[in-house]
Design a binder for this molecule. Sequence first.
Ligand code: C2O
Ligand code: CU
Length: 560
Amino acid sequence: MTTGSIIAADLVLAVLAAAGWLGAGAAAVAGRRRLASGLALAALAATLGRAVTTIALARAGWWFAAEKVVVAAPLSLAAVVVGGRRLLRPAPVAYLFAGYATTGGLLVTVLHGYPVSVGAALLAVAGIAAATAVTGRLVHRRTSRTGLVVAVAALVAGTGFAVAPGTAPPAGHEHRPVAAPKVGEPTKRFTLTAGTAGDAWAFNGQVPGPELAATVGDVLEVTLRNRDIERGVTLHWHGYDVPNDQDGVPGVTQEVVRPGGQFVYRFRADQTGTYWYHTHSASDLGVRKGLYGVLVVRPGPVDGVDGVDVTVPVHTLNGRSLPAARTEVLAPGTPVRLRLINTDSTTHRYAVAGAPFRVVAIDGVDLAGPGMLTGTALLVPAGGRFDVVTTAPAALFVDGRLVHATGPVPPVPGAWPVLDPLTYGAAAPAPRTGFDRSLTLVLDRGLDLRGLLPRYAHTVNGAAGPGIPAQVVRRGELVRLTVVNRSLVVHPWHLHGHHVLVLSRDGRPPAGALWVDSFDVRPGEVWEVAFRADNPGMWANHCHNLPHADAGMMLHLSYI
Ligand code: C2O
Ligand code: CU
């Protein structure tokens, strides 16, 4: 069983336990003794079952189990002792107490999660004690003094802990971007004008925006203009590790470009590979509506290179899948390079049929010793890029839809196994020691009460953006970043300004050197990656499922 499925199973058991005890209590109040006993028995089984899932989660990593061990387990124990004793002699208040206790444990997981907080635990106890006292009053016309005292004491203490200022360092409030070194005279100039185009938003009237192609060593100058996008625009060079003041994050590295305004980006193209650009202002809406395009930096001029080089930026625009299918018939044996780019917020599945292929680069970085593949599907994370090299005739399918063909189209591939990039490529040992700093991101959901309205946020380390303290590094450090997903959905993680080297996933190191800037952290997974802190500034660090980023899953990495 994967950790992700244990997380789900634990949640189901917690719901069954809480519902069972509450149902048993209600049945007992109504005088339906047999039903009450039956429900209590089921609830007892579910409550005890959680011991198994909690232990399994603790073994997978403390992040997955902390609040379950520290808060939910003692509450479950209380439920078992109080409710379990009355299994055959239904007692409404005992069952309902067990129901409140298991519900309290469940709410601490669902609303608060990791890390454990004394405040949340005390508030749960206050709620349970108060509910039990009220129940006792209603059922027996007796008010329990102890219950009330516990409730009030826990409420006062819990509120105190909950509102007490955290101990997080007030780092990263300095939002001045680090100025770029001089890059010299531009050798390539582009202008991108953002504007509404029907129900889409477009650069230069087209979706995707113009493809920006450069040769390594070029100095790019891109003038961004905003014609009429009221939410403002910027350009972020996804995966391109530009100097901080060119990174395009509004409010952090630059002011947003308002209608009528402009901003000029300049940077040297010194990384080759496949990248993309997109607005970072209201980015969920802006990217979805079409403010994105491809950036390709080639090692040399394309003429004279044998074969074809095709970019495939996949996007869902108002329910329509882009790009439209295209066929260019080539002489059999012609080399074909397909640059797969996922500009959506969720993973896409790609399949190359008709000819063997290799994945020669991921996220712009060439792989060493990529083996030949056939009958293997590729999962590209949101924001990620895979460069595939094959020969004509071959066909590319995305989620079962034909996108590109260089000859007769083979049948749609079936349920092919998926390539795991961690088992692909020639062996290259990664560093295991020598880190100057370790940072951890625990991804989850939780209640965020900081704004005007409470929201059920996507959280990092128990907080939601913009309230997540920045993580801090010092220039030159080798940093280990651990990303833990204790939620039930995939989070494609993306750190700006740095490529990261994968150290391990769930403790297993990759076969080859795998450098990425966008990686899918699936439910229950633990990724360890490393990067060199060699690009000073204030960098966004977020989930690239952009609705998640909007809903809180966004923090910053800053240099001290
Ligand atoms: Cu493509 Cu901050 O992201
Ligand atoms: Cu996410």
